[in-house]
Design a protein around this ligand. Structure first.
Ligand code: COA
Length: 248
């Protein structure tokens, strides 16, 4: 990875993880998952860090998993450790609050990771999609549970099954996001919220977050999805979807 594809910075007690691959709509490679997992581990173990904030450069929050990586995994041509599972697990395990600023569109894990965050600010014109079925795979990141819990079955199914986008204003109205804002206001609002969280009693914050989330259930669902996802990745349906995208 170009080290710059994930930018890590600190502002006081807030650790900011920034997607910085705008030329590929912030699609996430294996190495980028690794850098994000490491950053969350560092945030959890460092008492000087109290909040994690996700932001991005450009007009996309993230176009999701890099399809070239998917295609290589599908063809059994992917060597070395895979970091996506580590990233998803660290997000679920995180005891410190996580805030996201979504000032553009999001696809796949770019959307499902928002359901693991504690505060989410989206652009009014954001489009959040989860095209797992179109790609021949299945929902990941416990989203078959979190999206149903948060949005209700039929709304979640329209997103998964029909590939309909969740628009920014609906994300706020339906309980995914705290607010839908003009795009230029999203990051300042999220940064202010992150700083406000960082100023509160840290241990009370940690206990409250733990009490509010059933981490065991999230982890169990994420692993159950992961097994089916891995099988589906090697399916002819998935291989056809990846090669269609790559040959556009
Ligand atoms: N993986 C790898 N590359 C991606 C990518 C992804 N998930 N999403 C976008 N890119 C690349 C494109 O291949 C293109 O690269 P190029 O300029 O070298 O050709 C560049 O990013 C710009 O994308 P483009 O498709 O031209 O932009 P767009 O605004 O027309 O469309 C998307 C943006 C996100 C709607 C479209 O790129 C897309 O559908 N991407 C796939 C999203 C996806 O299915 N992700 C997996 C979810 S599980």
């Amino acid at each position: 990875m170009s080290e710059d594809h994930i930018k890590i910075s600190r502002d006081g007690a807030v650790l900011e993880i920034r997607f910085n691959r705008p030329e590929k709509k912030n699609a996430i490679t294996n190495a980028m998952y690794g850098a994000m997992a490491d950053a969350i581990i560092e945030a959890e173990s460092n008492d000087d860090i109290r909040v994690v904030l996700f932001t991005s450069v450009g007009d996309f929050f993230s176009a999701g998993n890099d399809i070239k990586d998917f295609a290589a995994q599908s063809a059994g041509a992917f060597d070395g450790p895979r970091h996506v599972g580590r990233f998803l697990e660290e997000m679920i395990k995180a005891e410190k609050p996580v805030v996201a600023a979504v000032q553009g569109h999001a696809v796949g894990v770019g959307t499902t990771m928002l359901f693991q965050c504690d505060l989410v600010y989206v652009a009014e014109d954001a489009r959040l999609t989860v095209p797992f079925i179109d790609l021949g795979v299945v929902p990941e990141n416990a989203s078959s549970m979190t999206m149903v819990d948060r949005l209700g079955h039929t709304r979640a199914f329209a997103l998964f099954g029909l590939g309909e986008p969740l628009l920014g204003k609906d994300a706020a109205a339906w309980g995914l996001a705290n607010a839908a804002l003009p795009s230029g206001e999203v990051q300042p609002r999220a940064r202010a919220a992150a700083q406000a969280l960082a100023s509160k009693p840290a241990q009370s914050m940690r206990h409250t977050k733990k009490l509010m989330r059933d981490r065991e259930a999230l982890m169990a669902r994420m692993r159950e999805e992961g097994e089916i996802f891995a099988e589906r990745l090697r399916s002819p349906e998935a291989a056809a979807a990846f090669s269609k995208f790559l040959q556009r």
